[in-house]
Design a protein around this ligand. Structure first.
Ligand SMILES: [Zn+2]
Ligand SMILES: [Zn+2]
Length: 128
């Protein structure tokens, strides 16, 4: 049990040091070089649990693995169509789509996500 807690702490610390909405795989890759004892399934499980507990947010990505976000407040994302990285976009004036839904066709709404797409400055060769 103790060991689990230490591993969880290492995983979460590494996650919080990664700013670009990493996938569980990316968190594992970063941890693996330093802590070979932590298995991939542990990394996946810890991140999934943290998201379920509301400690971190999960960002669902179309045609790709889920990403995890240390920012929990609602905000919008942009995804690079070349390298797949996900960043936050500043869109404070964008209305919450949930507030403008007139008819959900009988669905019990559980959420809504907006994902912008584009080419990041690194892939476009215009920045870092
Ligand atoms: Zn890119
Ligand atoms: Zn975000």
């Amino acid at each position: 049990m103790k060991r689990q807690t230490v591993q969880r702490q290492v995983i979460m610390e590494n996650f919080f040091s990664m700013k670009d909405h990493p996938t569980a795989e990316q968190v594992y890759q970063q941890i693996h070089t330093k802590y070979a004892a932590i298995s991939k399934s542990t990394v996946y499980r810890v991140l999934q649990q943290a998201a379920e507990d509301g400690e971190i947010a999960r960002v669902e990505v179309q045609n790709g693995p889920d990403r995890y976000d240390l920012r929990r407040s609602p905000h919008y994302h942009i995804r690079c169509s070349v390298c797949g990285r996900v960043d936050d976009v500043k869109a404070d004036r964008l209305p919450d789509p949930m507030k403008f839904l007139d008819d959900a066709g009988g669905y019990d709404i559980t959420g809504c996500s907006v994902m912008f797409s584009g080419v990041c400055s690194r892939c476009a060769g215009t920045g870092k």
